[in-house]
Every structure is written in structure tokens, then in C-alpha cells.
Design a protein around this ligand. Structure first.
Ligand code: NAP
Ligand code: ZN
Length: 335
């Protein structure tokens, strides 16, 4: 069997057609015929080798939805014909305390879907059954795909922080992750502020759940939000002057970074000590978070806003993402 895919052969290259033989199916694996795959900014970071983690050829894609076409001998509970999804993670040790608790995302032996293995810009994929999730019937495939990385990455820290009515949440960067963070935070009951470098996103941000909108280049608007947020989640993919945003966190609050700019974080320590503030990071979500997120999104009608393109136009999708012109997630289709 050959799997046809789109691959980046060297750092910074565009995607070109590529095929590979996945070999025999492993007893623990599930094979999926991919119908939809979202384009996450992490795919772009990988294509440009921003994090220095990559080997090439690289087949990006880790917001995968499709139909099960084969299962290994040890797989139970997921059968041929089921509609399923896969996110950023395809493997972990399975035995450590984190894996046992359903927090496989922090296992030291975590395996990413498209680092060291070929990802979802392809017609099919195989991965460990533990990281294959049935999609709720009420969520269509194109709207489910972005939830599997973007969705869980913002849901998980918001849920862990206990976001609820009476809390003020800031969402910095209104892209694929950010536009879902607005919806999750709103559905959790928070007073939500979108903080964006794109003035033209205000109207849509408000429709998505933002009670307030700050244009990050407007000094007055930025200042007015000083010491206001219990929780500020940054989804920005580039380095920023972080002290400006930390100053908007109220004493005792948390600035949680999920966006992964390649530049290191530089923060004067006094800005943390003065207000007893925290800076935290959060990585996708384990299987427990993924299941909770899918249930929450189905119940509260949290859905991405997507633009669909054929799989063979993946390069156009990548260009739109790079130009910050995707509204708000591009999903590639295999039909
Ligand atoms: P995206 O759709 O490109 O959104 C990022 C947003 O950040 C942009 O829409 C833009 O929002 C803002 N931004 C980008 N460059 C900026 C700049 N120079 N100055 C100010 N704002 C800027 O990307 P995404 O797919 O949401 O991913 C966002 C980040 O999260 C990436 O770094 C990705 O690798 C990371 N990520 C992390 C995890 C994790 O587990 N922690 C999981 C998935 C993704 P505005 O136009 O509103 O300013
Ligand atoms: Zn991602």
C-alpha cells in the first residue's frame, strides 16, 4: 500500500506530492482514510523548522478527521467505518502516572503526529488507537478537525484554571486557536476580551463571544485594561513585548502561553513579583481533556469558522496562514 501525501522536503520549502509505504499495520494501530485536515500554525513552524525539531521529508497535518479503514488485532471499541479524529499526539509510553491519568500530553515519551512520522496532509494515516477519538454526531467533519488541536489546546488550560462566571479572561491573538478560545471562555461564563493586532477582526471577535476588543497597537485601549484579567491566554505565534500584556493581568492572575514563538520569553522578574503574577505554559491536552473538550464543544455549540480548500492546494492555505489572512482556520479536503 502507498499513501499519497504532501511533503516539505527541506526547511522553508513549499509542499510537493510525496508517497510512502506505511508497511504492515501494528496490532495497536488504527488506519484512517482522511477526509479533512486543518492547517495549524504549528505546521508552519515545522515547515520552517522554527523550533529546530524537524527531520525531512515532513508531512504536516495534525487536525485530522476521517473514517476508520482498518484496525490492528489489539484494537477494541473503534471499528471500521467509524468517523474519528486525531490531533497533535499519536503516541506516549502508556504506563507513567501522567498516561494513567489521561494526561499523556505531558508524558516524557510523547510522540507528535507529524514529527518523526508522517501527518495528515495525506489520504490516510495510521496511529495508536489511544489517540483516535470518535467525533460527536452533531459536529460536522470540517468543523471537528480544528477542534482536535486548536480546540483542545485552548480548552484545556481554561478548564484547568476553573474559568467561570465573574472572571475576566483576555485572549491575545485571534487566529485559529484564539477564535476558539473566545468561544470556550464565553461558554464557561467569563467576561471575555479579545486582544488583537488586526483592527478588522473586531466585529467577528464580538460575534464569537468577545465582550470587549482591544487593538494592541492602541496605547489608550491597552492601558485601560491594566491589571484586569484573572487569566490571559496568549495564542500569538511571534515574539511580543510581553511586559505590556503581563501588566494587564491582575494581581494573583496568570498569563498562560500556548502560542510558541521561536524567540525566548524575556520578562523583568519584578513585573511578576510586584503583583504576585504567574506565567504558565500549556501543551495541547491529554485524552481526558480531548474527550471533555469534544463533549463541551458539542453541548455549547463551540465551532470553528473555517475556509475549506482541496488538499492539493495546501500551499495556498499555508500562504494564507503566513499572511494572517485565514478566517480563522483553513481545512484541507480530500474530495
Ligand atoms: P494563527 O491562526 O496564525 O493565529 C495566530 C494569531 O497570532 C494571528 O492570527 C494574530 O492574531 C497573532 N499574531 C501573529 N503574528 C503576530 C505578530 N507579529 N504580532 C502580533 N500578533 C500576531 O495560529 P494558530 O494556529 O492559532 O497557532 C498559534 C500558536 O499556537 C502557534 O505558535 C502554534 O504553534 C501554537 N500552538 C501551540 C499549541 C500548544 O500545545 N501549546 C498547540 C497548537 C498551536 P491577531 O491578528 O488577532 O493579532
Ligand atoms: Zn496544532
Amino acid at each position: 500500500m502507498l499513501i499519497h501525501a504532501q511533503a516539505c522536503m527541506h526547511a522553508g520549502d513549499v509542499l510537493i506530492p510525496f508517497e510512502y509505504d506505511p508497511g504492515e499495520i501494528k496490532p495497536t494501530d488504527i488506519e484512517i482514510s482522511i477526509s479533512h485536515c486543518g492547517i495549524c500554525h504549528s505546521d508552519l513552524h515545522l515547515m520552517e523548522n522554527d523550533w529546530g525539531t524537524n527531520s525531512y521529508p515532513l508531512v504536516p497535518g495534525h487536525e485530522i478527521v476521517g473514517v476508520v479503514t482498518a484496525t490492528g488485532a489489539e484494537v477494541a471499541g473503534i471499528n471500521k467505518g467509524m468517523r474519528v479524529g486525531v490531533g497533535w499526539q499519536r503516541g506516549s509510553c502508556g504506563d507513567c502516572s501522567h498516561c494513567v491519568a489521561g494526561e499523556e500530553n505531558v508524558c516524557t515519551r510523547t510522540e507528535a503526529t507529524c514529527i518523526g512520522s508522517f501527518g495528515g496532509f495525506a489520504e490516510a494515516i495510521r496511529c495508536h488507537h489511544r489517540f483516535v477519538f470518535p467525533i460527536p454526531d452533531v459536529i460536522s467533519s470540517e468543523l471537528a478537525a480544528p477542534l482536535l488541536c486548536a480546540g483542545v489546546t485552548v480548552f484545556s488550560p481554561l478548564a484547568r484554571a476553573g474559568i467561570a462566571s465573574g472572571m475576566k479572561v483576555g485572549v491575545l491573538g485571534i487566529g485559529g486557536l484564539g477564535h476558539l478560545a473566545l468561544q470556550f471562555a464565553k461558554a464557561m461564563g467569563a467576561d471575555v476580551t479579545a486582544i488583537s493586532s488586526s483592527k478588522d477582526k473586531e466585529e467577528e471577535a464580538r460575534k464569537l463571544g468577545a465582550d470587549h476588543f482591544i487593538n494592541s497597537s492602541n496605547g489608550m485601549q491597552m492601558k485601560r485594561a491594566s491589571r484586569s484579567f484573572h487569566f490571559l491566554i496568549s495564542t500569538v505565534s511571534s515574539g511580543l513585548e510581553w511586559t505590556h500584556f503581563l501588566s494587564q493581568v491582575r494581581p494573583g492572575g496568570d498569563m498562560c502561553l500556548v502560542g510558541v514563538p521561536k524567540e525566548p520569553l524575556v520578562i523583568p522578574i519584578g513585573t511578576l513579583i510586584g503583583g504576585q503574577k504567574s506565567i504558565s505554559g500549556s501543551s495541547i491536552g491529554g485524552t481526558k481533556s480531548m474527550q471533555a473538550m469534544l463533549k463541551f464543544a458539542a453541548k455549547h455549540d463551540v465551532r470553528p469558522q473555517v475556509e475549506c480548500l482541496p488538499m492539493d492546494q495546501a500551499n495556498l492555505g499555508i500562504t494564507k496562514l503566513k499572511n494572517n489572512s485565514a478566517r480563522y482556520r483553513i481545512v484541507l479536503l480530500n474530495f
